[in-house]
Design a protein around this ligand. Structure first.
Ligand SMILES: [Zn+2]
Ligand SMILES: [Zn+2]
Length: 442
């Protein structure tokens, strides 16, 4: 592909990169305006929602004043971070063209780094790691698709499921091995909820003897019924101490499924409602009619994950008569196949990236791996430059939703880039724009 074609274009930047404007600076400014406007909208909503959640911790007027100032400052800071990339992108590309005398396939990537690195240094330090991880995920996906399009390899069928299963097995192993997880605590807590506390390592601290644990409401009804029919002794767990759960193994598996299935269905129902609240108010019947079979997919994924994990764990404990953290590797791996019901390469890659981050941070804090203080900023910069590069030169290698986001951020100017002129790069740059029309130059 690229090897048989030209990697440089001897054109002016306004012929290819900003055909809507002949001069570079006005073209850059036109791109920057929507970028700042959209960034402000995004961050007002984001910080507004997180601010509402944090508001309950405010006790005095003085605290409220300080909190609101902080919120406004963070919103402006993040808006500058995102908007700045819209402002710098075109000047960096144009400067590259002027310095080298041509538009190069690889130069566009380097130009992107000059645009993304100053921007991330403006953003709050606490947010840089999460942003870097998100963009690195997107960049890996772009590289993977670029490789597949160049026929370097054929993508593995259901590869995302295998990736998720592998990540899941290590997460569950870590949960069974230790109860303390200093990094990515939220993710570990979510995984703990998914498999149940009985299946994880017991906490180190010795709790003072407390009153017996209350039974959940829905189980209380079931419990009452069983008591009536004198079957209670049969559902109690008799496999103590190998199996630490309260009820009989089969019931433990079944409860794991039902609880998570219902939570999954509820989450999807809520998401369906949030995406179209007006439709629900105007036509409630139509709202429920549009609930399709996919509405159960998240429920099935969560339910089967928990059930398979518990089933395999209980089987291993019953057969081997002991419990080891290594059981988590087998049970977590097999449970990972529940992703068949909710295929998501984004989720699989996110889980794997977070796992690598956790392991790295664990060893870096122990002094066994070097700690780079600006690693997150550099990772963000390199990854985002690659995503921008793909958005200009081969947008088909990008996640469509992210391309639409960039399109919104640039006020539609991204689609006006003259991609048919880039066809000689040999990467089918104009594939998504078969009816491209050159915009009128101002
Ligand atoms: Zn230019
Ligand atoms: Zn059991």
């Amino acid at each position: 592909m690229l090897a048989h074609s030209r990697s440089v274009l001897p054109y002016e930047c306004h012929e290819v990169l900003h055909p809507w404007r002949e001069q570079c600076m006005p073209a850059a400014w036109e791109l920057a305006k929507p970028a700042f406007r959209e960034s402000l909208k995004i961050y007002c909503v984001l910080y507004g929602v997180t601010g509402l959640i944090k508001l309950r911790k405010i006790k005095s007027f003085k605290q409220l004043k300080k909190f609101l100032y902080g919120l406004a400052f963070d919103t402006i800071r993040s808006t500058i971070f995102l908007g700045m990339q819209g402002l710098l992108f075109m000047p960096c590309c144009c400067a590259g063209r002027r310095l080298l005398g041509h538009i190069g396939y690889y130069n566009l990537y380097v130009d992107g780094i000059f645009c993304t690195l100053p921007a991330i240094l403006v953003e709050r330090k606490q947010r840089r790691g999460a942003l870097a991880l998100y963009m690195a995920n997107l960049a890996v996906e772009v590289l993977f698709k670029m490789g597949a399009q160049r026929k370097f390899y054929t993508p593995l069928h259901n590869g995302e499921i295998l990736l998720f299963a592998a990540a899941s097995s290590i997460y569950t192993y870590m949960l069974k091995k230790s109860s303390e997880h200093k990094h990515n605590t939220l993710l570990f807590s979510t995984m703990k909820l998914l498999i149940g506390e009985d299946e994880c390592a017991a906490p180190h601290e010795i709790k003072p003897p407390s009153e017996p644990k209350k039974k959940s409401l829905y189980f209380a009804l079931f419990y009452k019924y069983l008591k009536c029919v004198q079957q209670w002794s049969q559902i109690q767990n008799k496999n103590q101490p190998t199996c630490k759960h309260t009820y009989h193994c089969l019931l433990h598996v079944l409860l794991g499924f039902v609880k998570r299935f219902l939570v999954g269905v509820l989450i999807q129902l809520l998401l369906h409602f949030i995406s179209s609240p007006l439709r629900f108010l105007r036509h409630p019947t139509l709202f429920f009619l549009t609930l399709n079979r996919n509405m159960l997919s998240l429920g099935k994924f969560l339910g089967f994950y928990s059930a398979i994990y518990r089933l395999v764990s209980c089987l291993l404990r019953n057969i081997l008569k002991y419990d080891r953290p290594a059981h988590g590797l087998v049970a977590g791996y097999l449970a990972g196949f529940s992703m068949l019901f909710f295929k998501s390469s984004t989720l699989a890659m996110y889980m794997m990236a977070k796992l690598i981050e956790t392991v790295y941070l664990k060893y870096a804090h122990r002094g066994k791996l070097p700690f780079f203080s600006y690693f997150d900023s550099i990772l963000y910069s390199l990854s985002t430059a690659l995503v921008f590069h793909a958005a200009v030169v081969e947008p088909q290698a990008m996640r469509p939703a992210y391309y639409r986001f960039l399109e919104r951020l640039t006020g539609g100017y991204f689609s006006q880039v003259n991609r048919p002129m880039m066809e000689c790069f040999g990467v089918c740059s104009a594939k998504l724009f078969p009816n491209y029309k050159l915009p009128l130059t101002k």
